[in-house]
Design a protein around this ligand. Structure first.
Ligand SMILES: Cc1cc2nc3c(=O)[nH]c(=O)nc-3n(C[C@H](O)[C@H](O)[C@H](O)COP(=O)(O)OP(=O)(O)OC[C@H]3O[C@@H](n4cnc5c(N)ncnc54)[C@H](O)[C@@H]3O)c2cc1C
Length: 490
């Protein structure tokens, strides 16, 4: 049986591994010039830079991401590097407060209560609710129980406001949801928040070698299972027969691959480019095309020759300088006031590689798009470098050393994410999993074709990987897959 997977990102590779483990002949097809552009970072000036893998959650013993990687025989090929127990994230607020966010619910609670003793009762009650629902991302969660949970229809804002009044506490609790899911307090469904961000509260870290090591481990296992990856040669057309059944794909170079099962992990808005005109009802096509996406990001990559203590097993977050929780992700704010994540991918004897990310609007950059992908209009490079200088200056608020010791090696904009990751509007985290829209499911109206990827379950490596399991579980049987995971997990 042939299985073709569209997209070699985390969800595509996860789906490929599961299908190959279950006897399918798998080919992963990637449109980008590189495989897994979000997993594999890049090298410049002797430094490695991660692109879409900086902070991972749920890798502690028994954690949801670890269990899935163990089942895939991938975890054993990697070395987990947990962030500092006492300070996984140093959050810098505009008023000068620096909150060292520890790992683990108890430590988190103690640290927040020490800072905001007047909110003790609320902090405890809120974290208890998060904890109670934090298992919901796990592939074997009881989804029925989740759907009927009393908080199922509430947003993060609804729930946090029940317990807490101090805006800074709310910001402390919600900031990872802004950064890693692209969601505002009022947009994040509480159950989604508890499951995605709850795993960061539980544990956070990365792998030695970052996203590249994760990619290489997944690729090696796929090779063991006789799977293959074709890249720089995307799916141009899905072939659908008269019974509305997908039978194969035609690639950009004109070659044909037949498929008994087709899994599409691309952004759902891309589907109309590759499906025959009449294969989807108009209402369905419009739904996929009009799904709201998350904001985009600007990235500045560089290195310092001086080690930066704050970035050893830790990350720095600069909270946005705005009074309104609805503006924290706004690209309308001047760069100096925007939220920022500062991380390090590696430290060598030559120095430390550092990445700075801040929200950005695609619309602000669209005027620089040329007629073809990767083509830019004059003025783009100048604008990119001017903005990068502003970002570095804003980062010196938290890390003054960057002023004298930071050299920029690359700057990415929403157009970079759009072209390299084939992400419509350069969305940083794909489809928005907000209270305002129903996310797509794996089920698809064309036979032998299913959807997967961050749009289905949620963004992040955990979300994308879980999506691979949800989709393959729909094909192979959830009971079968869940019991296989149970047997494989140590
Ligand atoms: C700057 C940045 C930083 C991030 N940091 C983190 C982090 O620290 N921790 C974390 O957990 N998550 C992070 N994320 C999010 C995480 O990287 C993503 O959620 C995850 O990698 C998405 O995986 P995916 O497989 O669903 O999608 P993708 O990786 O986007 O895979 C989809 C693939 O489909 C391909 N494709 C599209 N159309 C076609 C076609 N027609 N034919 C063939 N291929 C096609 C695309 O090129 C793409 O490679 C970050 C994201 C960004 C942008």
């Amino acid at each position: 049986m042939q299985c073709v997977v569209i997209g070699s990102g985390c969800a595509g590779l996860t789906s490929a591994l599961i299908m190959a483990k279950n006897g399918y002949n798998v080919t992963v097809v990637e449109k980008s010039v590189r495989t897994a552009p979000l997993l594999q970072g890049f090298e410049r000036k002797g430094f490695y830079f991660d692109t879409g893998v900086h902070c991972l959650s749920g890798l502690d013993a028994g954690g949801p991401l670890r269990s899935l990687l163990e089942y895939l025989n991938v975890y054993e090929k990697l070395t987990y590097l947990p962030f500092s127990k006492d300070n996984s994230f140093a959050v810098h607020f505009p008023d000068g407060l620096v909150w060292q966010m520890p790992q683990g619910y108890d430590a988190l609670q103690t640290s927040l209560v020490a800072l905001f003793p007047q909110e003790e009762k609320g902090i405890k009650a809120f974290l208890q609710e998060v904890r109670a629902l934090s298992h919901t991302y796990q592939y074997n969660a009881d989804f029925q129980a989740i759907a009927t949970h009393p908080l199922a229809s509430k947003s993060f804002k609804d729930v946090v406001e029940q317990f807490i009044s101090e805006p800074q506490v709310k910001m402390c609790l919600g900031i990872l949801s802004n950064l890693f899911c692209g969601l505002l307090e009022s947009e994040a469904p509480f159950v989604f928040f508890a499951s995605s961000i709850g795993t960061y509260f539980r544990s956070s870290g990365t792998f030695k070698g970052g996203g590249r090591a994760l990619f290489e481990a997944m690729q090696a296992e796929l090779t063991n299972l006789d799977g293959r990856i074709v890249y720089n040669n995307g799916v141009a057309d899905v072939i659908v027969d008269d019974n509305r059944q997908a039978t194969g794909v035609v690639l950009d170079d004109g070659s044909y691959l037949s498929s008994d099962m087709l899994i599409a992990t691309c952004h759902p808005a891309c589907l109309s480019d590759i499906l025959p005109e009449a294969s989807l009802r108009r209402v369905r096509k419009t739904y996929y095309q009009e799904l709201e996406s998350t904001t985009s990001l600007l990235g500045v990559y560089g290195y310092t020759t001086k080690p930066i203590e704050e970035l050893v097993q830790s990350n720095v977050i600069i909270a946005s300088d705005t009074a309104s929780a609805d503006d924290v992700l706004s690209a309308e704010l001047p760069i100096a006031k925007r939220q920022m994540l500062i991380t390090s991918s590696e430290t060598t004897k030559h120095g430390t590689s550092i990445s700075l990310f801040t929200p950005a609007a695609y619309t602000e950059w669209a005027r620089f798009e040329g007629k073809k992908p990767h083509q830019r209009i004059n003025g783009y490079v100048e604008k990119k470098h001017a903005v990068a200088a502003e970002i570095v200056l804003a980062a010196t608020r938290a890390l003054p050393e960057l002023k004298d010791y930071f050299s920029i090696v690359s700057v990415t904009t929403p157009l970079t994410i759009k072209d390299y990751c084939n992400a419509p509007y350069g969305a940083g985290y794909g489809v928005k999993h907000s209270v305002n829209q129903l996310p797509p499911t794996a089920a698809f109206p064309i036979k032998n074709m299913l959807l997967s990827g961050q749009a289905i379950v949620g963004p992040g490596i955990l979300g994308a990987m879980t999506a691979g399991f949800v989709t393959c579980g729909d094909i192979l049987g959830h009971t079968h897959l869940q019991s296989e995971i149970k047997n494989a997990v140590k």
